[in-house]
Design a protein around this ligand. Structure first.
Ligand SMILES: CC(C)(COP(=O)(O)OP(=O)(O)OC[C@H]1O[C@@H](n2cnc3c(N)ncnc32)[C@H](O)[C@@H]1OP(=O)(O)O)[C@@H](O)C(=O)NCCC(=O)NCCS
Length: 329
């Protein structure tokens, strides 16, 4: 569905139109797919599903298509989860090679930011070069970039739980919410590793891999949310793929300090899933300095299996990694 057509003047004085499209839209969906043929194969199934409206039960997927004389010349993508409309994740920014340097990119980004703000967005995340996005007010946030709107005090407010915290399965509408949490730059070094399968989901591409494995029945991804739908803690448990390893699981948990009390129920709910899938042995890792995580694993019945010295570096400081495991009866 085309929501709006915004007229823009390019650097050479020519007129461009940016169409704001909410998916699904069959015709514009085809244009988007053609414009994104260059994307990494990791993204292709996600883009195809997005334009087909597959995520519309849990998210709003917007595309910003710039046209010059009816020919598509630029593109941008914005996803906002339905449960938490205050955060958004954007990407797929592209200008056709022959149209570069004419401010098509600026026209697309301006339309995207205006829509996000108009719909009540407060914090927008992207992966991208700060030299391109700094001018729009984006600033580094962990490994990604963040722009806040209307002076929103993100650090003070976002992770302060409001109302009761609930635990639920993560879904395709959680891309921005998990990006907000898993890219959070605070905390000690142990939070940056060492089990990439989990912590890596701060990037949208890793989120797609993580949730695809859930769809294949190979993993469980749990989230703790407050009444605003803000995710403050998650647990991810990956099960072995082959017949030889299907009895094994690897788990990791992460919480913003304000959600630390929710780590244990999250972990238990991931372990419960593993128990129903025939997993007999679950391995976890924690940095030696992560006392909170170690405590949670121990109270869930994990025992220390080994200590790997100097695995995680924080400047000159090096931390041990503790391997823990739990056997199921
Ligand atoms: C990056 C890209 C979208 C820019 O599109 P564009 O329509 O040519 O950009 P604009 O004409 O609106 O230029 C906007 C500004 O960004 C600058 N810019 C463009 N590409 C840049 C780059 N790679 N690094 C730093 N600055 C860049 C331009 O010089 C211009 O600055 P100015 O206003 O000071 O002159 C385009 O080159 C592209 O599609 N690249 C391949 C895909 C990509 O890299 N996407 C971004 C991923 S986050």
């Amino acid at each position: 569905m085309i929501l709006e057509r915004v007229k823009k003047v390019l650097a050479d004085g020519a007129e461009a139109v940016v169409e704001i499209i909410q998916m699904p839209d069959e015709e514009r969906g085809r244009t988007v797919l053609r414009s994104l043929e260059h994307k990494d194969p990791l993204w292709k199934p996600h883009i195809e599903r997005s334009v087909a409206g597959y995520f519309s039960q849990v998210a709003r997927d917007f595309y910003f298509l710039a046209f010059s004389h009816d020919a598509p010349i630029g593109l941008g993508y914005l996803q906002v989860g339905l449960e938490n409309t205050e955060v958004g994740s954007m990407g797929h920014i592209y200008t056709s090679p022959e149209m570069r340097g004419k401010k098509t990119f600026v026209a697309v980004i301006e339309s995207l930011l205006a829509l996000f703000e108009k719909q009540g967005g407060k914090a927008l995340f992207l992966q991208g070069d700060i030299r391109l996005y700094g001018r729009f007010g984006f600033a580094p946030y962990g490994n990604v970039k963040l722009k806040v709107f209307g002076g929103y005090p993100f650090e003070e407010d976002y992770f302060r739980p409001q109302g009761a915290v609930a635990i639920r399965d993560a879904n395709w509408g959680d891309m921005a919410s998990t990006e907000a949490l898993l890219s959070w730059p605070g905390g000690d070094v142990g939070r940056i590793g060492p089990l990439d399968v989990y912590r890596g989901t701060g990037f949208e591409g890793d989120f797609i891999v993580a949730l695809s494995l859930v769809e294949y029945g190979r993993a469980c991804f749990k989230a703790a949310t407050d009444k605003r739908g803000h995710i403050g803690a998650t647990a991810y448990l990956l099960k072995g793929h082959s017949p030889e390893t299907s009895h094994l699981g690897w788990v990791d948990v992460f919480a913003h300090p304000k959600y630390e009390g929710h780590l244990e129920p999250l972990l238990l709910s991931a372990l419960q899933w593993a128990g129903t899938k025939g997993v007999k042995l679950v391995t976890a890792q924690a940095c030696g300095s992560e006392q909170d995580k170690l405590k949670v694993y121990k109270s869930a019945g994990f025992g220390k299996r080994a200590e790997l010295p100097w695995r995680v570096a924080e400047g000159d400081k090096k931390h041990h990694t503790v391997l823990l495991e739990k056997k199921f009866e």
